[in-house]
Design a protein around this ligand. Structure first.
Ligand code: PTJ
Length: 249
């Protein structure tokens, strides 16, 4: 990747910056993606740059939810493609989900670049170019999805998503899993399963949970129990408390 010694105290954050910069240079990540990255980094710093226990519980729940789904879809934008392309391909394989390139600042060119990038990382049949479906309640460009992808999905993973789109997808009745370092963002607030963690840690951990659950032969009942026991309000509260640095009351 790049010559940053792993022992460097800011290793992960330097690696992340480098990947995002490279993403912009390759035409994968938008310039707004740089701003989003800076915002995420600040929250991650306050979280201690670690997966807190409530985030791990959310990641296990996300794995259960994706395994239970009939038509799970993982949405990929310019930041996700730059940061965790191979990890998204692995997660899709572990839970039997489709990958769909879906952009906030949509251009055909960037969709093609991201699709190629995902294929270079082993993806097959990436969705997103057909764009024959619409999310109700959003303006034209922001509303585009593949009808047989996100349009028909029952469970969607939308990492680093814009608030309006996250709310509109939830309003369509989809079970929404969001990865966002800001527990106060509308995306995190509208998700059935908000994962307040860095996408770099979150995606591999969801995959690991999915593999554990599959390999241990977890039944539907057990997966449903994991989903039912997850408390989204508590997860959001605990993340906010960790960021604010202390007990809430
Ligand atoms: O590629 P596009 O056109 O689809 O655009 C993607 C971005 C991310 C630019 C677009 O969706 C956007 O503008 O998003 P926002 O509104 O900036 O929200 C991004 C959220 O992701 C913010 O709440 C950040 O704190 C959070 N975030 C940033 N980096 C990470 C992150 N969350 C988890 N892991 C990160 N590495």
């Amino acid at each position: 990747d790049v010559d940053i010694p792993e022992s460097h105290p800011r290793y992960l954050s330097l690696l992340t910056r480098h990947r995002i910069e490279e993403g912009v240079e390759k035409g994968i990540t938008s310039k707004q993606g740089l701003i989003a990255e800076g915002r995420g980094e600040a929250f991650d710093y306050l979280l201690g740059e670690e997966t807190i226990p409530s985030a791990d519980a959310a990641e296990r729940t996300a794995a259960a939810q994706l395994l239970l789904a009939e038509r799970p879809v993982l949405s990929v934008n310019g930041n996700v493609a730059a940061l965790v392309p191979g990890e998204m391909v692995e997660l899709a394989a572990a839970v039997g989900a489709d990958l769909e390139v879906n952009l906030f600042n949509r251009t055909e060119e960037r969709i093609r670049a991201i699709t190629d990038h995902l294929r270079d990382h082993g993806a097959e049949g990436v969705k997103g170019l057909t764009a024959d479906g619409r999310i109700p309640g959003l303006d034209h460009e922001r509303a585009k999805v593949d009808a047989d992808g996100i349009g028909a999905a029952d469970v969607v993973l939308v990492p680093l998503e814009d608030g309006d789109r996250a709310e509109a997808l939830a309003a369509m009745g989809k079970t929404e899993i969001v990865v966002d370092l800001n527990p106060m963002s509308r995306s995190a607030q509208s998700a059935a399963v908000p994962i307040i963690d860095n996408i770099l840690r979150a995606v591999p951990n969801v995959t690991e949970h999915a593999r554990d659950l599959s390999e241990s032969g977890a039944s539907r009942e057990e997966l449903e129990r994991i989903v039912a026991e997850f408390d989204r309000e508590a997860a959001l509260r605990e993340a906010e408390a960790a960021i604010r640095g202390g007990d809430l009351d």
